[in-house]
Design a binder for this molecule. Structure first.
Ligand code: SAM
Length: 386
């Protein structure tokens, strides 16, 4: 392939990433790894900071204008000796080295960059390469999650009243699973978790009490391409009593590595007429008892050291704020099998319907002395025993 075609390809790749990836807008470039390492070694040998900066500037220029590349770093087809890297990240690394005042510091950064390009450092619960952590800007690490709109790409049609936004399972899986791990969602609803499983290459099992909803979810999930060839199964069943060990055994799975629970927020939305549906619990106490049964069911199948995430909001009843989130948190903690890792507060995105009612709710809040719900919780626990 000639240089021009290779360049064109590289540009097309930029576009593909920009158009199809809702999570990141950064351009990914293909780097000739051995050539770049050679160059880094040469830079390391330079004895004068001024000369070093001139060379660094040149590389930065090439990264910005790939068609000017006369060093052989870019314009190459992907192969075993190339790496894909965020262009901005690499440029920023060079800028940082350029800004140093001493050769010693510059060499420290050069060494660090070489390490980032050659060594992978991950931990047991995800695939994040900590040597290149700066490239993961799509991963949220703050406890306040603000999303202004939901991801509606692919099979995420948002047809189900009471679903969660795909960004939630997306974030959780990136942080708490590796490719090929198993994710269990005992309140799977429209299958948002399983659609994300397919996107990210995780296997997923969802349980849903309402057969009609489960059926529709199954069809939708099938519409999502299965590039990583994972299993995404929906089982119609009641999570308070389904034999999960049997479900896993039948699939030859020992344990799951992440559980995402998005139960009804008690009776805020009535999901079905089934008395075992948590949204039909006659009282808060009964709701918590049923929730506890689901917990007792999932605990034995979750691998030790792995995570449980609960997505839940509070509710008002007869003028009183009912802190379902905290009640549910206590249900988990009192079992003494988990430690609390985070309480994340997430905003409710504004839909058109909500926007239209904004004034009305503001008036009601002023009259009634309450606050309008704008947030829900993502409670994160790590299993430590049992
Ligand atoms: C808040 S929704 C989950 C929505 C889901 N995260 C999505 O994005 O579509 C809760 C779901 O739990 C289901 N559900 C309620 N009680 C259940 C039970 N005992 N076992 C299994 N599913 C149940 C409801 O039918 C409802 O679909």
């Amino acid at each position: 392939m000639d240089k021009k075609t290779a360049l064109q390809r590289q540009k097309t790749l930029f576009n593909i990433f920009n158009e199809n990836t809702t999570q990141t807008k950064d351009q990914i470039i293909i780097i000739n790894k051995s050539r770049l390492l050679e160059i880094l070694d040469d830079l390391f040998k330079i004895q004068n900071i001024k000369d070093l900066k001139i060379k660094l500037k040149k590389i930065r220029y090439i990264l910005t204008y790939p068609d000017e590349d006369n060093l052989g770093i870019l314009n190459i087809d992907k192969n075993g000796d190339t790496i894909e890297i965020k262009r901005d990240y690499l440029i920023n690394e060079f800028v940082q080295i350029e800004k140093t005042l001493t050769l010693e510091r510059a060499r420290y950064y050069l060494k660090r960059l070489k390490k980032a390009l050659t060594e992978i450092k991950t931990n047991k619960i995800n695939d994040i390469n900590l040597n290149r952590w700066k490239e993961y800007d799509e991963i949220i690490t703050d406890s306040l999650w603000i999303f202004d709109k939901r991801d509606t790409s692919g099979a995420h049609l948002a047809w189900y009243w009471g679903n969660f936004i795909p960004q939630i399972p997306h974030q959780l899986m990136l942080r708490y699973t590796k490719k090929g791990d198993w994710v269990l969602d005992p309140f799977v609803g429209s299958g948002t978790t399983l659609i994300e499983c397919r996107r990210l290459g995780r296997n997923g099992i969802g349980i849903e009490i309402n057969p009609d909803v489960a059926e529709r979810a199954k069809h939708l999930i099938e519409r999502e391409p299965n590039r990583f060839d994972v299993i995404t199964d929906i089982i119609v069943g009641d999570s308070t009593q389904i034999d999960l060990k049997k479900v896993l055994y039948e699939r030859n799975i020992k344990k799951v590595q992440l559980v995402i629970m998005h139960p009804p927020y008690h009776d805020i939305i009535k999901f079905s007429d089934n008395p075992n549906d948590l949204s039909n619990a006659p009282t808060t106490e009964k709701f918590l008892e049923m929730f506890g049964k689901v917990l007792d069911n999932i605990i034995p199948v979750l691998e030790e050291g792995r995570y449980l995430a609960i997505v839940i909001g509070d509710k008002y009843s007869k003028g009183e704020w009912i802190p379902l989130g905290f009640y549910v948190m206590n249900e988990v903690l009192k079992r003494k099998k988990f430690i609390l890792k985070s309480i994340i507060v997430k905003n409710f995105e504004e839909t058109r319907a909500k926007r239209n009612q904004k004034e009305l709710w503001r008036y009601r809040a002023l009259v009634g002395g309450f606050y309008v719900f704008k947030h829900e919780y993502i409670l994160l626990f790590r299993k430590i025993r049992g």
